[in-house]
Design a protein around this ligand. Structure first.
Ligand SMILES: [Zn+2]
Length: 316
C-alpha cells in the first residue's frame, strides 16, 4: 500500500528517538495548548507532522463547542487514548454531556478518538459524510486502526473504530442548544469524504481541505476539487478558520492553501504540455512554490504532489 509505505518511511525519518519516547499503553497523550478561539469554541492544537512514536499518533486539532444543551466535538483525534485526553480537557471546562461528534473525513487521525467519546457518552450522535461511513465499513476503518498502531509501535492499541452512523447532507443544519452547525459537504476534495462545519456563520472547521503551515496528503483527493472546496469556504463569511492541522487563523489560511494548490496544478499543466515527465519538471515547480518551502513536509511531499497532479490532468 503506497500510503502506508510512505508514512512508515517518514515516521522512521522523523522519529529517530522514538524508542526512548515510547510510552506504555494507556499513558496519557502529552499536553497540548487548548485555546478558546471564539466564545465557547475550544481547539486543542496538535503538533505538525505524521503520526509517530514521538507524538503517540496525535497530530490533529480536536475541537469542542460548549452549548446550552451539551458539547459538540469535532474530530476527537487518532485513538482512544487521544479521545480520552480530549474528554479530560473538556471536563476542565464543563460537565455537560457530549451530544454530537462531527468527523471531517475518513483519515483515521481525525476520528478514531470516537471510541473514547462513546465510552463516556454512549448516546452521542456521530456525524459524517455518507461516503466516509461507506468507506469506513468497506475496510478503511480497520486499515486506519492498524496503521495507527504500526506508526506508534502499539501505543494506540485498544482503539476500536466506532464508525459514524448519521450521514450529513450538504447544507444540513444541526441545532444544538443556542448554536447552529451548518454542514458543507464535498465529494471530490482532500479525501472525497470531506465535511466542513460552519458554526454560527463565524467559525469554519475545514478538516484537511485547509491546513496551516503544512502540506496536505493528496493521495486520496483531487487538486481541482480541493480548490473548488476552498472557494466554497471563501464564500462562508467566517472570520475564524480552524484547519485540520496547524494553528487556528483568519481567512488568510484559505487563500494560502488555495494559492499553493492552484500554483502547483497550473505549473504542472504548463510543464506537462511541453512533454516533460514529473522528475524533469520538479525544479521549475519548486521554484514557483518558493514561498511555501517552509511549510512542514514540503520537500517530502512536493514530488508526490507533482505526480498526482499529472495523473489528474491525464484523467481529464
Ligand atoms: Zn486527511
Amino acid at each position: 500500500m503506497r500510503r502506508t509505505g510512505r508514512w512508515l518511511f517518514i515516521a522512521a525519518l522523523s522519529a529517530p528517538l522514538g524508542a526512548s519516547l515510547h510510552a506504555a499503553p494507556n499513558d496519557v497523550i502529552g499536553s497540548y495548548p487548548v485555546d478558546e478561539v471564539a466564545a465557547n469554541v475550544f481547539v486543542m492544537t496538535g503538533p505538525l507532522g505524521e503520526p509517530s512514536v514521538a507524538n503517540q499518533g496525535f497530530m490533529n486539532n480536536p475541537a469542542w463547542i460548549v452549548t446550552r444543551d451539551g458539547v459538540v466535538v469535532i474530530d476527537p483525534g487518532s485513538s482512544v487514548q487521544a479521545g480520552r485526553r480530549v474528554l479530560k480537557e473538556i471536563g476542565k471546562i464543563t460537565g455537560k454531556p457530549v451530544t454530537h461528534v462531527f468527523t471531517t473525513h475518513i483519515h483515521g487521525d481525525h476520528w478514531l478518538g470516537n471510541h473514547a467519546i462513546l465510552e463516556v457518552w454512549p448516546q452521542a450522535k456521530l456525524v459524517a459524510h455518507p461516503d466516509m461511513i461507506a468507506k469506513a465499513h468497506a475496510g478503511e476503518a480497520q486499515s486506519w486502526v492498524a496503521l495507527m498502531s504500526r506508526l506508534t509501535e502499539g501505543y494506540t492499541d485498544g482503539t476500536r473504530a466506532h464508525i459514524p452512523t448519521v450521514a450529513a447532507a450538504d447544507g444540513q443544519l444541526f441545532k444544538v442548544g443556542e448554536r447552529r452547525f451548518k454542514v458543507h459537504s464535498v465529494n471530490d476534495a482532500h479525501s472525497k469524504t470531506d465535511l466542513m462545519i460552519e458554526v454560527d456563520g463565524g467559525i469554519l472547521f475545514t478538516g484537511d481541505i485547509v491546513l496551516n503551515g503544512r502540506v496536505a496528503r493528496m493521495d486520496d483527493g483531487l487538486f481541482q476539487g480541493t480548490i473548488r472546496a476552498i472557494d466554497r469556504a471563501v464564500s462562508v463569511p467566517a472570520k475564524t478558520i480552524v484547519p485540520g492541522h496547524g494553528k487556528t487563523g483568519g481567512r488568510g489560511l484559505l487563500t494560502a492553501q488555495r494559492e499553493y494548490l492552484q500554483t502547483l496544478f497550473d505549473a504542472v499543466r504548463i510543464e506537462y504540455d511541453t512533454g516533460k515527465a514529473d522528475f524533469e519538471m520538479k525544479a521549475a515547480i519548486v521554484e514557483k512554490l518558493a514561498k511555501f518551502r517552509h511549510w512542514h513536509g514540503f520537500d517530502a511531499a512536493v514530488g508526490r504532489h507533482i505526480s498526482l497532479a499529472i495523473l489528474e490532468i491525464e484523467r481529464q
